[in-house]
Design a protein around this ligand. Sequence first.
Ligand code: PEP
Ligand code: MN
Length: 337
Amino acid sequence: MLIVMRDHASPEQIQHIVDHLHLAGAETHLSQGEVKTVIGVVGERELVYSLEMEGFPGVSEVIRVLKPYKLAGRDFQAEDTVVRVGDAQIGGGTFGVIAGPCSVESREQMMSVAASVKAAGASMLRGGAYKPRSSPYAFQGMGLDGLKLLREAGDSAGLPVVTEVLDVRDAETVAEWADVLQVGARNMQNFMMLEELGTMRKPVLLKRGLSATIEEVLSSAEYVLKGGNRDVILCERGIRTFETYTRNTLDLAAVAAFKILTHLPVIVDPSHATGRRDLIAPMCRAAIPAGADGLIVEVHPDPEHARCDGPQSLDLDAFAELASTLGPRVALEGKHL
Ligand code: PEP
Ligand code: MN
């Protein structure tokens, strides 16, 4: 349920309602714009529906939200959420470019990729330390050593770092070393993990599940928001279809739909979406007019010898060339790098 307050409702009126809702056993989340405050009320459906808030002083409108997500919706917060990570920003007009290898493999690899993508204009560095692999015999990532190398490379280049939390048991450790916590496609509906990340104070990069609907993605984001963590970035990384030429099918319509439905920033991962190096640049460019707030691209100094996802990784020069073409396209959408 959303309680839309009258313009310039007083802090006392807002507090009175919040106190009343807490006493009744509901949770509240405030969205405070310049003139308008919206109180998001969440809790068990029966309880929330039984609350009659229409007559309270300062209330303009009470909206009973039928969608399974509420805090993620534009009704709750009309303005775009801007996620800030150190000096980097994603959303609200800033287009963020995250680049780096699929997995952290060595110090040399990370230092060279970090310096190179930074020089090319990337705003964050990626690198997996815990890898979700379809085969248990494939390289599983370097774990804690990988996190440390990622941190070192990010610090030396002056880039915040993004990495995946594969298991809720590693969440604290990953949060200690990384700036943004990635939830992989295979974990998008790991609700216990989403709840845990909701209690943390680090931004979450939530990837779309392999066969998740738009509503399911937003419902997963809701788990994190409900825990009090407002910094969620959505990532379209392709979905499973009948097509086999590409690894997945990049759903750019979902990007445009997300921009209508939610205030959360949305980025596109053309690497996992296509699985093909030759499609990365065109899909990066296509993501911009679709409404994306950023990109996450796999980049490796020597893709042929990458331990994971080499065929979909750009080398350093190809990434630099791609990055140099983004600025004017982003500017056409009224955004900047
Ligand atoms: C990744 O980013 O390296 C990754 C494993 O992505 P996804 O979870 O989207 O498959
Ligand atoms: Mn990968």
